[in-house]
Design a protein around this ligand. Structure first.
Ligand SMILES: C[S@@+](CC[C@H](N)C(=O)[O-])C[C@H]1O[C@@H](n2cnc3c(N)ncnc32)[C@H](O)[C@@H]1O
Length: 201
C-alpha cells in the first residue's frame, strides 16, 4: 500500500477516534451550555443510548429530570442496554436525576407538552425512511411545551428535520455545522445541529 494512502487512512481513523472519544462531548457541552438550563427543567434525550448526552444534561440539572428514551439497538451502539445506561449514571453520580424509558422515537410513550427541552444525538438518522423520520420530528415537537427548545445533532437527514420543523410552524429554526471535532473520519462525514423553538408560548 502506498505510504500516502496509509497516512490518509491513519488520519481518518484518528479523526474518527477523536470525534467519538472527545469531540462529541466537547461539542455537546457547548450546545448544552448555549441552552442556558436553569436546572429545574424536564429534558428529553431521544435515542439516549448508553447516556453520553443524557448524563451531561443530568449534570446540569438540580431538581429537574433528564429523561432518556431508546430501543437499545446494539446495531446502532455497542453494549447498548438500559442497564448499561443506568450503570453509567450511577458511576457519574447522577442516577437520581435520570429516568429511562423503552420506546420508539416514532411513537413516544409520553403525554403532549411534558418537556421543556428535547435533545437528540446521532439517533434519528438511524430510522429508516424519510416519512418515519418526519414522524419522529413530529413526536419531538408534540412532547415539547410551547416555547420549549429543541436541539438535534446528526450526521445526515438534518435538512429533512429543518424542513419538517418549518412545516410544523416551529420558530427560529436554525442549522449549523459543528466543525472538525465531529468529523467522523473527514469533512465528508461531518455533523450538523438543528435548533428550534416550539411556537405558541
Ligand atoms: C448512534 S446511537 C447514539 C446514542 C447516543 N445518543 C449518543 O450520542 O451516544 C443511536 C441510538 O438511537 C437509538 N435508536 C435508533 N432508532 C430508534 C428508534 N426508532 N426509537 C428509539 N431509539 C432508536 C439506538 O438504539 C441508539 O441508542
Amino acid at each position: 500500500m502506498p505510504v500516502v494512502v496509509l497516512v490518509l487512512l491513519m488520519a481518518q481513523f484518528g479523526l474518527f477516534l477523536r470525534a467519538t472519544r472527545r469531540g462529541k462531548f466537547e461539542v455537546w457541552a457547548g450546545v448544552l451550555d448555549s441552552l442556558g438550563l436553569r436546572g429545574d427543567e424536564r429534558v428529553l434525550d431521544l435515542g439516549c443510548g448508553r447516556g453520553a448526552v443524557l448524563l451531561m444534561v443530568a449534570e446540569r440539572l438540580g431538581p429537574g429530570r433528564a429523561v432518556g428514551v431508546d430501543l437499545w439497538r446494539t446495531v446502532d451502539q455497542s453494549g447498548n442496554a438500559e442497564e448499561a445506561t443506568l450503570r453509567n449514571a450511577r458511576a457519574e453520580g447522577v442516577a437520581e436525576r435520570i429516568e429511562l424509558h423503552t420506546g420508539d422515537l416514532t411513537g413516544l410513550p409520553f403525554e403532549d407538552a411534558g418537556f421543556d427541552v428535547v435533545v437528540s444525538s446521532l439517533a434519528i438518522h438511524n430510522i429508516r425512511g424519510a416519512q418515519a423520520r418526519a414522524t419522529a420530528v413530529d413526536e419531538a415537537v408534540r412532547v415539547l411545551r410551547p416555547g420549549g427548545r429543541l436541539a438535534i445533532v446528526d450526521i445526515s437527514a438534518v435538512g429533512e428535520y429543518q424542513a419538517r420543523l418549518a412545516e410544523l410552524g416551529a420558530q427560529d429554526v436554525q442549522v449549523r455545522a459543528l466543525g472538525w471535532r465531529m468529523w467522523w473520519g473527514g469533512p465528508w462525514m461531518g455533523t450538523r445541529l438543528v435548533t428550534a423553538v416550539k411556537a405558541g408560548e
